[in-house]
Design a protein. Structure first.
Length: 338
């Protein structure tokens, strides 16, 4: 349910609306615009509808959200964009944010030197997996807590905030100690107990689209996180499975404008997993920026042939530099900056 206040509503009236809604046992999410304030009401839609909200002074309109997803719906924040912070880096504002790093954290030397290289190139967030979801149980599973510590050391050395994947609710506490943002991977997009748990975290969450999930499925999964109180959610398009086998996945750039229209949440594109072929990652990064992405996540490795995961799709640092220079130009063409 969305309440829009009258342009002439006073601050006291707005406060009174919020207090009344909360007295009725619902939560509120307030977005202040130039003219009007939009108050999103969080709770069971059915019982909210029975309350005489329109009778409160200062209320202009009361509108139910008719979509199956409510809190993530664009209307819920009066058509404005949410800005989500990873450390001090803002995603969803006028600037496009570059997030980068290796698929997996492998050693102190590896993660720190890659972090320094990507920072020099213009990246603002460091990625790196410590708990890795691998198709084979015999493949490298990540360094676990040791990997988290190395990420924190790389943050110390560069000032870049850190995003890393959470695969299991039992790791939330330790990841919260070391990281600045949680990543829920494609394979866990519909792990509803994990979604609820990260919904109770203080850290922002980047939710990656499942490989056979529809856009609506992605939004419904995000709704789980917001419904637990965590509104700091980024949605990430990372490619879906189609009949095409030339590329690792099919990067569904259709999702970018559709998500921007459907939700207030920032949209990240991961062209690396989307296409899976190093030589084509840059082209898809450019296309993602043109399509309206708020952030681009790419994998970079200083020695891809020795990488313990995803070496074939990782860019070398000099290739990443080149990508950033080209992204800057496309960003300018769509009135964004890096
Ligand atoms: C990753 O980011 O390294 C990863 C495993 O991504 P996804 O969940 O999209 O496959
Ligand atoms: Mn990877």
């Amino acid at each position: 349910m969305i309440i829009v206040t009258k342009p002439e509503a006073t601050e006291d009236q707005i406060q009174h609306i919020i207090e009344r809604i909360e007295e009725w046992g619902f939560k509120t999410d307030v977005s202040r615009g130039e003219q009007r304030t939009v108050i999103g009401v969080i709770g069971d839609e059915g019982s909210i509808r029975e309350k005489p909200i329109a009778a409160i002074a200062g209320v202009e309109s009361v509108t139910p959200v008719l979509k199956p997803y409510k809190l993530v719906a664009r209307e819920f924040r009066g058509g404005t964009n949410s800005v989500v912070k990873i450390g001090d880096v803002k995603i969803g504002g006028p600037e496009i944010v570059l997030m980068s790093g290796p698929c997996s954290v492998e050693s102190k030397e590896q993660i720190t030197s890659i972090a320094q290289e990507i920072k020099k190139a213009g990246a603002r967030v460091l990625r790196g997996g410590a708990f890795k979801p691998r198709t084979s149980p015999y493949a490298f599973q990540g360094l676990g807590v040791e990997g988290l510590k190395l990420l924190a050391e790389a943050r110390e050395a560069t000032g870049l905030p850190v995003i890393t994947e959470i695969m299991d609710t039992k790791h939330l506490e330790v990841i919260e100690q070391y990281a600045d943002c949680l990543q829920v991977g494609a394979r866990n997009m519909q792990n509803f107990s994990l979604l609820k748990e990260v919904g109770r975290s203080k850290l922002p969450v980047m939710l990656k689209r499942g490989m056979s999930a529809t856009i609506k499925d992605l939004l419904m999964s995000a709704e789980y996180i917001l419904s637990e109180g965590n509104f700091n959610v980024l949605l990430c398009e990372r490619g879906i499975r189609t009949f095409e086998t030339y590329t690792r996945n099919t990067l569904d750039l259709n999702a970018v404008p559709v998500l921007k229209a459907e939700t207030h949440l920032p949209v990240v594109v991961d062209p690396t997993h989307g296409i899976g072929l190093r030589e084509h990652v840059a082209s898809m990064a450019l296309a993602a920026v043109a399509a309206g992405a708020d952030a681009i996540m790419t994998e970079v490795h200083n020695s891809p042939e020795l990488a313990k995961s995803d070496g074939e799709q990782a860019l070398l640092p000099h290739e990443y530099m080149d990508l950033v220079a080209r992204v800057r130009k496309v960003a300018a063409a769509v009135n964004r900056a890096l």
